[in-house]
Design a protein around this ligand. Structure first.
Ligand code: NAP
Length: 244
């Protein structure tokens, strides 16, 4: 049976991706910090739950040890935004934390699992970037910077793994209405709700999970470098149609 690791599988896009890969026949190893949520998901999809803070090298080493010698798919999804301040009002701690999770955490997990992906003879790495990794927007400061960094790391990885049996993709979503993303970012439910106010149909976690499943299940010689997915209401990061 093919295997997959999904980081940040305790909510949102990660949980939906774990379900989508399980439906496609993968044994899914679900990783995140909140083990209770992972346990529920793992029993639902007959997968495995592993508590792992991707910014902690020893927990990442434990994840790799439990994954074993081969792995087919790695979805580096754990990440997110903290704050929406203008650059000249930015909080250095929030910027450092975002870099730690979105970039260094992704690098640590990729480094730890690369031997198993290579050993499978047919590996796939899917990094969940963002349209924030392609275009700037006001108040995006720290988040746009880390997702731009992740996009470049993804491109670099593809170059460096050339000749190995591992393909490397980035899926870059626009606005996805997940339960926690904007709440974690803004720290307040009413501010989080305002992000999606009047938007007829933001993307759902399942829309991105569908893209993850599609990318993972193409024939192994097909490398989808970059998939940008936005809701029809979002023509650009800053141009969102809202119904009043
Ligand atoms: P979410 O519901 O807040 O999910 C974030 C996930 O990351 C959670 O499962 C969280 O689990 C995990 N996580 C956070 N810090 C972690 C750490 N240090 N170690 C391990 N896991 C950690 O957000 P989402 O909307 O599904 O977003 C998922 C990904 O898509 C993120 O990379 C985000 O930047 C990206 N994205 C989201 C949107 C959007 O509009 N929602 C758009 C573009 C891109 P624990 O708290 O249990 O650890």
């Amino acid at each position: 049976m093919k295997s997959a690791v999904v980081t940040g599988a305790s909510s949102g896009i990660g949980a939906a991706s774990a379900r989508a890969l399980a439906a496609a026949g993968y044994h899914v190893i679900c990783a995140a910090r909140r083990l209770d949520r992972l346990n529920d998901l793992a029993s639902e999809i007959k997968g495995t739950a592993i508590e792992c803070d991707i910014t902690d090298a020893s927990q990442v080493a434990n994840l790799a040890a439990q994954v074993g010698p081969t792995l087919n798919v790695l979805v580096n999804n754990a990440g997110g935004a903290l704050g929406a301040d203008p650059v000249i009002e930015g909080d250095p701690e929030q910027w450092r934390r975002m870099y730690d999770i979105n970039v260094i955490g992704t690098m640590q997990v990729t480094k730890a699992l690369a031997p198993a992906l290579i050993a499978s003879g047919a590996g796939t790495i899917i990094n969940i970037g963002s349209t924030a990794g392609r275009w700037a927007y006001e108040g995006g400061g720290g988040y746009t910077a880390v997702k731009h960094a992740l996009a470049v790391v993804t491109e670099t990885l593809r170059l460096e793994l050339n000749g190995q049996p591992v393909r490397v993709s980035e899926i870059a979503p626009g606005m996805v209405h997940t339960e926690e993303f904007s709440l974690v970012r803004l720290g307040d439910q009413s501010k989080a709700d305002a992000v999606y106010a009047g938007v007829a149909e933001p993307l759902l976690a399942e829309d991105i999970a569908d893209a993850v499943q599609w990318v993972a299940t193409r024939p192994q010689h097909v490398n989808v470098d970059l998939m940008i997915v936005k809701p029809i209401a979002q023509a650009a990061a800053h141009k969102v149609h809202r119904e009043s």
